[in-house]
Design a protein around this ligand. Structure first.
Ligand SMILES: Cc1cc2nc3c(=O)[nH]c(=O)nc-3n(C[C@H](O)[C@H](O)[C@H](O)COP(=O)(O)OP(=O)(O)OC[C@H]3O[C@@H](n4cnc5c(N)ncnc54)[C@H](O)[C@@H]3O)c2cc1C
Length: 287
C-alpha cells in the first residue's frame, strides 16, 4: 500500500535536511540531543548504496558546520542495508569505513541501527570489525525481544561499546524472539540493568512508562548518575513526556528521521501501535 506523505509527517521531520532543520532546532532548544536518520534501507544496487553513503557523508559534514554555527547537538543513525549489507559485506564494510572516517574527522557519532534478524549477526560483526578503530564515534543497537540478546549484551559490555537498547520493531519467529509483552519487558530490564551497571553510556530507547520508571528506580538504587545513560524516543512520539524527562534532569535524545524513503519506517510505526493507525486514519478523514 502507498501512503501519502502528509500521513507520515507526524513521525518524519521532513523530506530533506532543510525541511527537518526547524524540528531539530526546536528539540535542541528544549534541551534534547538528536540522532538524524536519513531514511533508506534494503538497497540492492551498488550505485544506490554508494549514493546513500555519500549522502550520509555530506550529512555528517553539514552537522559539523551547523554545530559550529549554532551549537547543534546531533549524531546520525544508519541502517547498514542502505550502504550495501545485502549486496556484499566487504563492500558494505568499505562504505562504513569511509563514513566512519568522515564522522571521526567531524567528531560526529554514528549509531548502527539494528534491522531484521537476518542482519543481526552481520551487523554485529561489521560493528566489531570497525569499533576498535572508532571507539568514540560509533555504537550499536540491541533488541530485547531477540533471545540471543542477553549474550550480545555481554559481548558489548566486554567491548565497552555504547549500546542503544530497544524492544525491536520487526516481525520475528517465536524460535528466536520473545513475543509476549511481559516477557519482552522483563528481558528489556534485565539487559538495561546490565548495560547500565557494566556497559558504556547506554541509550534506553522506549516510550513505555513501565520501563522508563524501572530505569529511573534502578539508577537511583544503584547510584548511577544521570550523565551515565540517556533515554531515547522517536520524533513525534510522546513529545510532552520527552520534555518532562528533561525537566526531571535526565538526558533525552530524540531520533529524527527524514528523507523521501519514509514508507517502511512509517509502516513499522503503524504496526507497533494501533493508536498510530487511528491518528493516520483521522488525518485521512479530515482531508
Ligand atoms: C530512539 C529509538 C530508536 C530505535 N531504533 C530501533 C532499531 O534500531 N531497531 C529496531 O528494531 N527498533 C528500533 N526502535 C523501535 C523499538 O524497537 C520499538 O519498536 C518501539 O520503540 C516501540 O516500543 P516501545 O517500548 O517504545 O513501546 P510500545 O511497546 O509500542 O508500547 C508500550 C507501552 O508504552 C506506552 N506508549 C508507547 N507509545 C506511546 C505513545 N505514543 N503515547 C503514549 N503511550 C505510549 C503505552 O503504555 C504502551 O502500551 C527504536 C526506538 C526508539 C525509541
Amino acid at each position: 500500500m502507498r501512503f501519502p506523505y502528509f500521513l507520515a509527517r507526524r513521525f518524519v521531520a521532513g523530506e530533506s535536511f532543510q525541511e527537518a532543520l526547524p524540528a531539530i532546532r526546536t528539540l535542541n532548544n528544549q534541551g534534547m540531543r538528536v540522532t538524524l536518520d536519513l531514511l533508506g534501507e534494503r538497497v540492492t544496487r551498488r550505485k544506490v548504496a554508494e549514493t546513500s553513503r555519500d549522502a550520509y557523508i555530506r550529512l555528517v559534514r553539514i552537522i559539523a558546520k551547523e554545530r559550529a554555527r549554532r551549537a547543534m547537538q546531533a549524531g546520525i543513525s544508519i541502517k547498514l542495508s542502505m550502504i550495501g549489507q545485502k549486496i556484499d559485506e566487504e563492500f558494505c564494510l568499505k562504505n562504513l569505513r569511509m563514513l566512519l572516517e568522515a564522522a571521526k574527522a567531524c567528531n560526529v557519532f554514528v549509531r548502527l541501527d539494528m534491522e531484521g534478524s537476518d542482519a543481526t549477526a552481520s551487523t554485529l560483526s561489521l560493528f566489531e570489525e570497525t569499533f576498535p578503530e572508532y571507539p568514540d564515534h560509533t555504537g550499536i543497537v540491541l533488541q530485547a525481544y531477540l533471545k540471543r540478546t542477553e549474550r550480545d549484551v555481554e559481548r558489548m559490555c566486554a567491548l565497552k561499546a555504547p549500546v542503544r537498547l530497544c524492544k525491536g520493531a520487526y516481525k520475528e519467529p517465536p524460535e528466536i524472539a520473545w513475543r509476549d509483552m511481559p516477557v519482552i519487558r522483563e528481558r528489556f530490564m534485565a539487559c538495561a540493568q546490565e548495560l547500565m551497571a557494566r556497559g558504556r553510556y547506554p541509550g534506553i530507547a522506549t516510550h513505555d512508562d513501565q520501563l522508563i520508571s524501572a530505569t529511573k528506580i534502578f539508577a537511583a538504587n544503584e547510584g548511577i548518575s544521570r550523565d551515565r545513560f540517556e533515554f531515547q524516543m522517536l520524533y513525534g512520539m510522546r513529545p510532552q513526556t520527552q520534555q518532562e524527562i528533561v525537566r526531571e534532569g535526565y538526558r533525552m535524545r530524540v531520533y529524527v528521521p527524514f528523507g523521501t524513503q519514509w514508507a517502511p519506517y512509517f509502516a513499522r510505526r503503524l504496526r507497533e501501535r494501533k493508536e498510530n493507525v487511528w491518528f493516520a486514519l483521522r488525518h485521512l478523514a479530515r482531508r
